[in-house]
Design a protein around this ligand. Structure first.
Ligand code: GZL
Length: 343
């Protein structure tokens, strides 16, 4: 670590120790990059790779797993000093946290952009400060010159997988061109997950004139909002054949609303349910036949992130994007994976 960085880190350590003495604890919940609970006194003199990580929130099991995967991989034992900040679904908190990382001259900035737009200014500041930026999970709409690499999922491919599953499921029953009423519970509009999954699914749906998209509405990737939006759609439309829910949390909420309306989902139900993420609780519903298809979105990105950062530290070339491996779960294959699912 350069001498200048040693001085900055020593100051950071002193501030943190002061806060610890004051009893400050817990996640500040927004802009303030939180020091890990490492032995700060030893950090300043170890050659650790200092990483500032701005996570967009903690809205789902998927998100919590994603965060833990990165915290576990970027540990002191693995040669990292990780500064974590939870933006609680507010882009302005991510921007403040990134500015905090810049002022502390971290070695790398890692973040999952809540929305694709609005990052040019702060990422230009990081570029001008000579700090490499790595995107995880979601992307930005700005120039790819503003970040070194992306590690995450191909969301458009996930959307296509959902559409192709539905197409094949109908074709197997000789119903490929039956009239079909579809509603889509999306993630927050403007997020990479929503943009990609919607675009990919529509690439398939647009090939079928008989498929009708009745509504596409954001359920914010949460159980509560997913239930609220599904209940509203059930009041608006009597004949919904397919629900496409862009994450398992919204699926859980939607299924509550559907059950309260006296209706059923899945292989033996009134409506087909297609979900995304593939968390354990959802895979159990696939296994019981209540969710027809769950398109995996893999949150376990920490080890790959650590590997890529170490490559950069060694001066090696890295790819512009890395996609994690992902499956499609149905009743036919889910039992092969359920027992090993840790999240
Ligand atoms: C997907 C990720 C999404 C998950 C949701 O990469 O951005 O955000 O699908 C999470 O569960 O809230």
């Amino acid at each position: 670590m350069k001498n200048e960085k040693r001085l900055v880190m020593a100051l950071v350590v002193l501030v943190v120790m002061f806060l610890v003495l004051l009893g400050a604890s817990g996640d500040f919940g927004s802009a303030t990059p939180q020091q890990t609970t490492e032995d700060e006194s030893s950090l300043a003199d170890e050659d650790l790779i200092v990483v500032g990580f701005s996570q967009l929130g903690s809205e789902s099991v998927w998100r919590a797993t994603h965060t833990a995967s990165i915290q576990n991989a970027l540990s002191k034992e693995n040669g990292f000093f990780l500064q974590y900040s939870n933006a609680r679904q507010k882009q302005e908190n991510q921007i403040k946290a990134i500015r905090g990382f810049i002022s502390q001259r971290v070695d790398y900035i890692v973040f999952s952009p809540l929305m694709e737009d609005g990052w040019e200014t702060v990422l230009t500041e990081a570029k001008d400060a000579g700090i490499p930026v790595i995107l995880v999970d979601r992307k930005i709409s700005g120039s790819s010159d503003l970040y070194t690499t992306f590690i995450g999922s191909d969301m458009e491919e996930e959307g296509r997988k959902a559409g192709l599953w539905l197409e094949n499921d109908l074709a197997r029953r000789g119903r490929a061109d039956d009239p079909l009423n579809i509603v889509v519970l999306t993630g927050p509009f403007g997020s990479t997950s929503q943009i990609g999954r919607s675009r990919g699914f529509m690439q398939v749906a647009s090939q079928h004139e008989s498929w009708k998209i009745l509504a596409q509405e954001s359920g914010d990737f949460t159980v509560v909002k997913g239930k609220e939006v599904m209940a509203k759609l059930l009041r608006q439309y009597e004949d919904i054949d397919v629900v496409v829910s862009q994450n398992d949390e919204m699926t859980f909420g939607a299924m509550e609303a559907i059950a309260e309306a006296g209706l059923t989902t899945g292989i033996y139900g009134k409506m087909k349910m297609i979900s995304f993420d593939g968390v354990k609780d959802a895979l159990e519903l696939v296994d019981s036949g209540k969710i027809n298809c769950d398109v995996e979105c893999n949150p376990l990105q920490g080890e790959l992130l650590a590997e890529v950062i170490k490559k950069l530290e060694a001066g090696e070339r890295v790819e512009k994007e890395y996609f994690v491996d992902e499956l499609v779960f149905t009743k036919n294959n889910v039992s092969d994976y359920l027992s090993d699912r840790v999240y």
